[in-house]
Design a protein around this ligand. Structure first.
Ligand code: IPE
Ligand code: IPE
Ligand code: MG
Length: 250
């Protein structure tokens, strides 16, 4: 299977990691087993992203709407997150991976917050790959908090002013957004940042999303013609530049 040539690699890939519960049910197990196996898939996806030279990998781990799940499932997830962040950070640091988190931090337990802050502090200077974990995240929340900051700063709301105040403010826009698990929706993920992302939906359930599946998504991305609202020049297929405001941050 040919690998995607380097110039066609997206800078920023974002993934809605969906399908843990259904994967577990398909294996005769309870939902939380799917979350545990999904954790191993996260490790593999980060490794793949690093090997393939992505700049940013943003992973949707827990949405603001996920608080409405049964309390027991939420508790297991939060415990899994805290344990994973603590256990994985040394290996990621050794690979020069920077870890950071986006989302509201108001409802997270102190032990989890502590693990997140420690991971961010340890890896802050790493440059091989940036892994952004969206936890207690909502795209609408992100846009609202950015608009509120505009107001607090006394700055008129504009696309540039909002972009500069999003949780992802120093990151390039999403180039490729992948959703596993068969649903074709964004579920309140990076609504603003994915304005011009290529959207890739696969029926593969997250715990089964392996390197070959990730490679297939990259190959599909490489075949896309990105126009950003412009018209392709005669004879050229993919040479259209991003709009200036977006390119400036890329
Ligand atoms: C995604 O898998 C993980 C989280 C939302 C935390 P799900 O738990 O949504 O699995 P399905 O979609 O029910 O199969
Ligand atoms: C989206 O999956 C959120 C995460 C993967 C963290 P959900 O399973 O919560 O999405 P819906 O409810 O099917 O839209
Ligand atoms: Mg789901």
């Amino acid at each position: 299977m040919p690998v995607v040539p380097a110039p066609a690699i997206p800078q920023h890939v974002a993934i809605v990691m969906d399908g843990n519960g259904r994967w577990a049910a398909g294996h005769g197990r309870i939902r939380t087993v799917g979350h545990r196996v999904g954790g191993a898939t996260v490790r593999a996806a980060i490794e793949f992203a690093r090997q393939r030279g992505l700049r940013v990998l943003t992973l949707y781990a827990f949405s603001q709407e996920n608080w409405s799940r049964p309390e027991a499932e939420v508790r297991v997830l939060m415990r899994l997150f805290a344990r994973a962040f603590r256990q994985e950070v040394a290996a990621l640091h050794a690979q020069q991976v920077r870890l950071r988190f986006i989302g509201a931090r108001t409802r997270l337990r102190p032990a989890l917050l502590q693990a997140m802050e420690a991971a961010e502090a340890l890896t802050v200077d790493n440059t091989a790959l940036e892994v952004v974990i969206a936890i207690d995240y909502g795209g609408q929340w992100d846009i609202c908090q950015a608009a509120q900051r505009c107001a607090d700063d006394g700055i008129p709301v504009s696309p540039e002013a909002v972009t500069a105040r999003l949780s992802t403010r120093d990151l390039p826009d999403v180039d490729l957004l992948i959703r596993t698990g068969g649903e074709r929706r964004l579920s309140n993920f990076l609504l603003w940042q994915a304005a011009y992302a290529e959207l890739y939906f696969t029926d593969i359930l997250w715990p089964a999303f392996d390197h070959a599946a990730f490679e297939a998504a990259l190959r599909w991305f490489a075949s896309r013609e990105r126009r950003f609202g412009a018209v392709p020049c005669a004879g050229s297929s993919t040479a259209i530049a991003r709009p200036a405001a977006r390119a400036a941050r890329a």
